[in-house]
Write a protein that binds this ligand. Structure first.
Ligand code: ADP
Ligand code: MG
Length: 246
């Protein structure tokens, strides 16, 4: 269970998140929708522990736990070890580090008890790349360097499928994807949820992906607060009337 209560975050002393409550169980898909500037990326990055975001933990009443463990004082890598994963709205290019060595290093750090031989790891990666429609040669390319927008997003899904975290925050995984890529990405997220019971926080400002990937809950984030929660009917309402109606 990932649980936040009264979660607040600010950037340069201006308050962006103004008290967000959310509980994500294993294998649940929660969509967070909201207009530009609502604080969606701030939520993603502050949950992961990005140093630019000051999280107001000095205020009492704030809770941030994964499986009952307090996450608030942990470094990003420690949060990752507790099972948290993030895919970035804009994945960074890392020259000099191949996708394979990046993933293998991350895998070893997250699962120190599992000793998978390199050949086996490569086979698994090859298969996963193929599943998302990327050529196996991608494993030898530098991470995200020169990847197209859609390839970057697919590569994030490869990371999700290989690393198998407990909870994944996907920040606009659907942005910049053509309809075929969108379908593949949605299918693979669904597979990750079903096979590995990963709990998903799916951040988006389009409804498009939600036609392929059915969320269990939909939350509307506006001006740093969740203004409304519901199911797919809420998505339809936004589609029809826009965020202004909420
Ligand atoms: P969303 O992802 O919902 O579009 P963001 O979380 O990226 O929104 O941004 C929320 C608000 O925080 C916006 O008004 C944005 O301008 C502001 N913001 C984000 N990052 C910074 C920053 N580094 N410095 C100042 N303001 C920022
Ligand atoms: Mg954003």
């Amino acid at each position: 269970m990932l649980q936040i209560k009264n979660f607040k975050a600010d950037i340069n002393n201006s308050e962006i998140l103004k008290g967000v409550d959310l509980t994500v169980g294993p294998g649940e898909i929660h969509a967070i929708m909201g207009p530009n500037g609502a604080g969606k990326t701030t939520l993603a990055l502050s949950l992961m522990g990005h140093p630019n975001y000051n999280i107001k933990y000095q205020i009492s009443n704030i809770k941030y736990q994964i499986d009952g463990k307090d996450m608030s004082k942990l470094l990003p890598e420690e949060r990752a070890r507790q099972g948290l994963f993030i895919s970035f709205q804009q994945p960074v290019e890392i020259t000099g580090v191949s996708f394979l060595s990046f993933l293998r290093t991350a895998y070893k750090a997250l699962h120190p008890d599992k000793k998978i031989p390199l050949s086996e790891f490569k086979n698994e990666l090859k298969k996963t790349l193929k599943d998302v429609g990327l050529d196996e040669s991608f494993m030898y390319r530098f991470l995200n360097e020169g990847f197209s927008g859609g390839e970057k997003k697919r590569a994030e899904i490869v990371q999700l499928l290989i690393l198998r975290p407990k909870f994944a925050i996907l920040d606009e995984i659907d942005s910049g994807l053509d309809v075929d890529s969108l379908k593949i990405v949605a299918e693979k997220i669904q597979e990750a949820v079903e096979k590995y019971s990963i709990g998903i926080l799916l951040i988006t400002h389009y409804q498009r992906i939600l036609h392929y990937l059915k969320p269990d809950f939909v939350h509307v984030l506006i001006d740093g607060k969740i203004k409304k929660s519901g199911g797919m009917s809420l998505v339809k309402k936004i589609e029809k009337d826009g965020y202004a109606a909420i």
